[in-house]
Write a protein that binds this ligand. Structure first.
Ligand code: PLP
Length: 468
């Protein structure tokens, strides 16, 4: 009834959900949004929120862009849906061309689905089919990292490190709704894993040795793919790898004929200050790359799977197609929305702007949060930054998980009119608490100033309560 109301005066009901949507915690009362423009989200209760996280690192060009709305409307008027079995559309073809122009890292073909999880599910099945086509039937094992989130569908969840999310689906002795042939190696997470006195090069070398050892343990001829986010998103909070890590992983995969799947669902599409996050390291060419959030910028539910020429060749020489499909793949309206978003990003130099504003954000964050007792680490790339909270900066001791410090900071920031994204992940028994900042690339220096000031206030307020 609230949505049907024509009154502009907020009522008690307008910012209540009605309670029939099962999207989040059953105890959670979400805020009702009436409209959003640029970086501003207008609530039914009259409050305006500055969107400093783009939802979950989704909004790249801000909300309510007229050009994207026009592109969607035009597409709707021309053709709202056809099935890819027999048809294609200009929007889908042009979107693939735009992303693959110049063959980044040897990537040659694209598949468009509706979510990051679907993209990861497709990527994992694609890796399996690649080996199948080559007669490598023994290659069934996946190696991922104990710090990484790849989605909620069965295979994507299986390679993720979120133990709690898998529990209800596991069966004794392995299997159940969890793919059993998966193992995890250490995260490339310098703040918690780089040893005292260890140089960055030594840290990288140690991580790579561990991956090599894991390939040897499983049997290199049994490994299908290595899966990683180039810059880890929500599970550990914007963690870039040490120098040389991704190139080293690529070299190891090449040595054993293992495919490299890079998950850029969160960190891709310009978010880290280069269009693909992997481009920031020389010599890294994924065999399969997934992207999602920033692809449609929030205007459409769309995700992409980009394939290297060698994967495409194997499929062409074998079965002749990827044995996988969804009714709504390459949906014309979603593709039109994503195409409009990506054209704006290119035309307006927004990836470059993201890199430049990222430097401003880093400076402001470090200045504002310097004196905060709970801020253990500030890290990120481009406009993808996280603040990790600890009880003790020297020992890096984590806060009591029962407190949910990151969520408390998020709520306090929201009350002060700024949206940040909370995160926590347990890696090797250590529960990290952090908040994530990922504003649209159109953010101004002034807005970043407000975000950092409000974040400091929200943190200080929680420190007073929980650190004494
Ligand atoms: N991969 C990464 C790195 C993600 O951050 C996410 C979502 O947060 C996913 C995959 C799953 O994407 P989706 O939520 O669109 O299914």
């Amino acid at each position: 009834e609230a949505q049907g109301s024509t009154s502009t005066k907020p009522t008690q009901h307008q910012h209540r959900s009605g309670g029939r949507l099962a999207h989040r915690s059953f105890n959670h009362e979400p805020l009702m949004v009436n409209s959003a423009h640029g970086l501003q989200i207008h609530l039914a209760n009259g409050q305006t929120i500055l969107d400093a996280c783009g939802g979950a690192a989704v909004a790249t060009i801000g909300h309510n862009n007229d050009e994207v709305k026009a592109a969607v409307q035009t597409q709707m008027q021309q053709v709202s849906y056809v099935h890819t079995q027999a048809f294609t559309t200009r929007s889908a073809e042009d979107l693939a061309d735009l992303l693959l122009e110049g063959g980044p890292g040897g990537l040659e073909m694209a598949l468009f689905v509706c979510s990051g999880s679907e993209a990861m599910e497709a990527a994992l099945k694609l890796a399996r089919q690649y080996h199948y086509e080559r007669g490598e039937t023994e290659r069934v094992h996946l190696v991922a990292r104990r710090q990484g989130y790849h989605g909620n569908t069965v295979a994507a969840m299986s390679v993720s490190s979120n133990v709690a999310r898998k529990l209800p689906y596991q069966m004794e002795g392995g299997g159940g709704l969890v793919y059993p042939h998966v193992s995890h190696v250490s995260p490339a997470y310098a703040y918690r894993y780089q040893r005292e006195g260890e140089s960055e090069d030594e840290f990288t070398a140690r991580l790579l040795r561990e991956i090599d050892d894991e390939f040897q343990r499983v049997g290199p001829g049994r490994v299908m793919a290595f899966v990683a986010e180039p810059v880890v998103g929500a599970t550990a909070g914007c963690v870039p790898p040490p120098k040389g890590y991704l190139a080293g992983v690529r070299a190891l995969c090449d040595k054993y004929g293992i495919l490299l799947i890079l998950d850029e669902v969160m960190c891709g599409a310009g978010r880290c200050g280069s269009f693909f996050a992997f481009e920031q390291e020389e010599g890294v060419t994924p065999d399969i790359l997934t992207m999602a959030k920033g692809l449609g910028g929030g205007y459409a539910a769309i995700a992409g799977v980009l394939m290297h020429a060698r994967v495409v060749d194997a499929l062409k020489k074998g079965t002749g197609s990827f044995v996988h499909g969804h009714t709504y793949q390459a949906h014309p309206v979603s593709c039109a929305a994503a195409l409009a978003v990506q054209r704006i990003i290119r035309r307006d130099g927004l990836v470059e702007r993201c890199a430049a504003m990222g430097e401003v954000l880093e400076r402001l964050l470090r200045e504002e949060l310097r004196a905060c007792r709970s801020v253990g680490d500030v890290r990120g790339r481009g406009l993808f930054w996280a603040v990790e909270f600890v009880r003790d900066k020297d020992t890096k001791e984590t806060l009591d998980p029962g407190v949910g410090f990151g969520v408390k900071v998020q709520v306090a920031a929201l009350e002060r009119g700024v949206a940040v994204y909370p995160g926590s992940g347990t890696v090797d028994g250590v529960r990290g608490d952090h908040v994530l900042l990922a504003p649209p690339y159109t953010v101004t220096e002034e807005q970043l100033g407000v975000v950092c000031r409000v974040l400091r206030e929200a943190i200080e307020c929680q420190e007073a309560k929980y650190l004494g």
